[in-house]
Design a binder for this molecule. Sequence first.
Ligand code: 4NP
Length: 152
Amino acid sequence: MAIRILMVCLGNICRSPLAEGILRSKLGSEHILVDSAGTGGYHVGGRPDSRSIETALKYGIDISGQRCRKFSIHDFSNFDLIYAMDRQNYMDIISLARSEEEAGKVKLLMEGVQEGILEIPDPYYGGEDGFEKVYQLIDLACNHITGIIKNP
Ligand code: 4NP
């Protein structure tokens, strides 16, 4: 059965749409169901940030069809793993968990991927180069996840 993975950031327009698109590009639908959401509701219904769309396109990944949604407590039952981009996202999700089992599904995306890096920095208020850096970090994390799923 496909593993269900949810990528979560604050706005669901910069980091988590990239994470959704990158992971989907690495694993077929027989292996995963992947979605993304934001802990904040500022951009619900909107497209990913144009800088995320352009950065993904540079690598042949089209994320323009994604639409922003807010994280919901139903996501705890609808997904097996919930990856937070940074510590604040992690704590915001954990604060909504109603059991140890739900809390146990939440991980930091960068945990165990590269020594000394635990967070994907928020690129929203930065320049274009922030999105490239974010892309590369998420790509590393998604290679890590892909390795685990293919060789459990
Ligand atoms: P994201 O970036 O969490 O990577 O989607 C942000 C996007 C929008 C806002 C904050 C972070 N905002 O405050 O509107």
